[in-house]
Design a protein around this ligand. Structure first.
Ligand code: MF3
Ligand code: CO
Ligand code: CO
Length: 266
């Protein structure tokens, strides 16, 4: 395992790529409505990244070892889909909860962020899952500082999720990010404080908890990519890309339209 520490020049480029990724989500938000096909949302995001931002959608044709090339420019995961939902012709319906995950490459660097969107009137339980998952992300972010370790992040997320009665997906995790989409380290969203690698300034990684309303077990769909809850319970995810600074952290995937941190994170 080798973690690439970023130079000041890398960090400046990461700030831009990450802000662009967040701005794609700002842009798409008003289109996330009942009746829209997720492939329409994907096409709009693709065109925005390419034509407006002069960027490259990192997921399009992305093919990690053992996977077929990913066919779309975003991942859009609806309801019991945990992650890697492939945009398609099926329209969103009133009451759906939707994760849109965007990764933009700009000047050779990757910015990666995702948010939950609520379609029309969403049940109180589904809304609570989305809110608790957002708070899990911030429980993790608040642990990020030099000298802390990855287990501190995972533990904070797991404790918060499980005390709300939810479960943490184990098979997918956050990741180092920079000139490559997925770098070391793996940032798991569970664990014990004081374990795992120690954080150092100029590391950049994502935190992206996937939290299930029911059990943690997953199942893979036949398309080779999409992962769903085995018990068909709802699943939510939020993701930021985060820099370890000399004194703490800087969230890089920021934009005017982002959801502000919880009050207790100020
Ligand atoms: N953006 C996802 C992440 O947060 C990865 C998607 S890979 C894809 O790591 F190929 F499915 F798009
Ligand atoms: Co990611
Ligand atoms: Co992502």
């Amino acid at each position: 395992m080798s973690i690439i520490l970023k130079t000041p020049d890398d960090i400046e480029k990461m700030r831009l790529a990450c802000r662009l990724a967040a701005e794609v989500l700002d842009y798409i938000a008003p289109f996330v409505k009942p009746g829209v096909a997720t492939e329409k949302l994907d096409r709009l995001c693709h065109d925005y990244m390419v034509d407006v931002q002069g960027g490259i959608p990192a997921t399009l044709n992305y093919a990690p070892p053992g996977y077929e090339p990913y066919p779309k420019s975003t991942c859009i995961s609806v309801n019991h889909q945990i992650c890697h939902g492939i945009p398609g012709e099926k329209p969103l319906r009133n009451g759906d909860i939707v994760n849109i995950d965007v990764t933009v490459i700009k000047n050779g660097f990757h910015g990666d962020t995702s948010r939950m969107f609520l379609v029309g009137d969403v049940s109180i339980q589904a809304r609570r899952l989305c809110d608790v998952t957002f708070e899990c992300l911030w429980k993790g972010i608040l642990r990020v500082r030099p000298g802390a370790c990855l287990g501190d992040i995972g533990h904070a997320i797991q404790r918060y999720a499980e005390s709300a009665g939810f479960s943490v997906v184990r098979e997918f995790c956050g990741h180092g990010i920079g000139a490559r989409f997925h770098e070391d380290p793996q940032v798991v969203h569970y664990g014990q404080p004081g374990t795992g690698i120690v954080l150092r300034p100029n590391m950049i990684f994502t935190i992206e908890p996937m939290i299930n309303a029911g059990k943690a077990s997953i199942r893979a769909l036949a398309n080779g990519w999409t992962v769903v809850t085995k018990d068909h319970s709802l699943s939510a995810q939020w993701e930021h890309t985060v820099l370890v600074t000399e004194t703490g952290h800087e969230v890089l995937t920021v934009s005017d339209g982002m959801r502000p941190p919880p009050d207790w994170a100020e």
